[in-house]
Design a protein around this ligand. Sequence first.
Ligand code: UD1
Ligand code: CA
Length: 453
Amino acid sequence: MTTKVIVLAAGKGTRMKSAKPKVLHHLAGKSMLAHVLDGVGVLEPETTVVVIGHGSEMVQQEIEHSVSWAMQSEQLGTGHAVQQALPHIEDNDKVVIAYGDVPLTRASTFEALYALCDDKTVGLLSVILDDPTGYGRIVRDADNRVTGIVEQKDASVEQQAIQESNSGMLSITGARLKDFLARIDNNNAQKEYYLTDIFKLAVSDGLTIETVHPQDVWEVFGVNSRIQLAELERIHQNNCATELMENGVTLRDPSRIDVRGPITTGTDIEMDVNIVFEGVNSIGTGVKIGANCVIIDSKIGDNTLILPNSVLEGATIASGCSIGPYARLRPGTELADGAKIGNFVEVKQAKIGDGSKVNHLSYVGDAEVGNNVNVGAGTITCNYDGANKHKTVLEDDVFIGSNSALVAPVTIGSGSTIGAGSTISKDVAAGKLAVTRAKQAQIDGWERPEKKR
Ligand code: UD1
Ligand code: CA
């Protein structure tokens, strides 16, 4: 049997009040639909068919997963939506149906649901909810066998008291799915073709409905509004924080951290409040991160200290470095062991060698800085001539005096010193002092002007 997945994502999401289709709204830095596609990826489906309708071009444009698209131009119900995907389904496929607006389902839950299905069995992900309002209810007979699902709007008062609810997710063979969908109608309160109607057909054809519950109820929570999106974001962030702490990270406040992407961590890491991680990050053992830092696609080596209000993006930091407060490391920054980047320093596309320091108020871009270099306060690499970028090379043991401008392309030879306030536009050989400062003059007998009365 071939594995296929159908993801329903045609709904508009009116309550989002958005020009963007609902499934493209982000949770933890990634669209809800991408979360679902990542989740079902565990099944290694041969094909994943995404049923789209509202804002379909936008969805197709943003989603990078390799999927097949099915159009549902009019939203006539979940059963009708799945019908649009049937051209991609063969009889002997094993099909899992998921929802594009239910982003937090665990991969293991998809696996458990998938495992239920065979030729005689339809798998159903159901969940016991304290408040099942709005959900389809799972109806069982005296022997506790599932006999069908009744929608909230079609449910009797007794049925509304049932807490076992339909997640919407199910597993079924292609042949059964096609057969049942051909037989459903829209004679119900919402005049919709309900996917859920396939269950009573399955039962009357002698099939068994096997159910499995998710480990946590939030795995089946869908998003209909920005309020629900924010609720799921908090649940997800709480999970991320818990996982970090379980792995050996101290969080000063687990409710004040945001992890928007995969993060790997060593142990004995300390994180102060309001840190945002985006993209793919890795944080070494013994790292300390101060309050209000944003860290994007970066790799931080062991025992590095990141002081408050620093922003790192695409940076590779070795061990024992010190960064900030108020540092900005842009893509292509590479710090070697023990390097130090101080306050109000911007670094871009630059390698900073072992033990080198750029402590205050500097811009270092398109540069290669050797070991044990000291870059004085206010130093600027003038890397851009208005048309092209050029490189600055500071060899080992260079000392750049404060407030110097290094006009690239330029190389300062090892051990050389640049006098404070110099504008260096020519290469400096090793072991020299270069200074372009105007000579200081002292004017005798000069008097300050006085205010005229
Ligand atoms: C559906 C289930 C209900 C279940 C609930 C779980 C049916 C009839 N009901 O109800 O039993 O408890 O989900 O959240 O299946 N969609 C389309 N095209 C359509 C209609 C829906 O693509 O024509 C998509 C939506 O974008 C959404 C999903 O299907 O991703 C569910 O649709 P929604 O209208 O939210 O279903 P409910 O009425 O909540
Ligand atoms: Ca509906």
